[in-house]
Design a protein. Structure first.
Length: 110
């Protein structure tokens, strides 16, 4: 039944990604995908907190499945990130197209 926890988290994470992306992007008149950047950084923060809590014994592995794998997995989809990075590189200078991947990578744990 672990897969139900992942599905439940994803059911919340996917619409949250879309709504957050649209809300953030509507406030910026720029080609840079600020919405995707925002959800990726927020998702990395939440995933780090959940992983730390599970490692410290403060949260169960079920929380990790629900929030870490399900919610954060759907919130921070790599396909959107890669698509928008390629679109950015295509529409503007290659330096601008590498800004989103470099900025997101600098905020994720190794």
């Amino acid at each position: 039944m672990n897969w139900l926890l992942v599905v439940a988290g994803a059911v919340v994470g996917a619409p949250l990604r879309y709504l957050t992306d649209r809300a953030v992007q509507s406030r910026h008149d720029s080609v840079f995908p600020w919405g995707t950047f925002t959800v990726n950084v927020a998702g990395c923060l939440v995933l780090g907190l959940v992983t730390g809590a599970v490692a410290a014994g403060a949260a169960s592995s079920k929380v990790q499945l629900l929030v870490g794998t399900g919610l954060c997995g759907a919130l921070t989809t790599y396909s959107t990130f890669s698509y928008e990075s390629l679109r950015l590189a295509d529409r503007s200078s290659p330096g601008c197209g590498s800004g989103c991947p470099a900025g997101t990578r600098s905020r994720t744990p190794s």
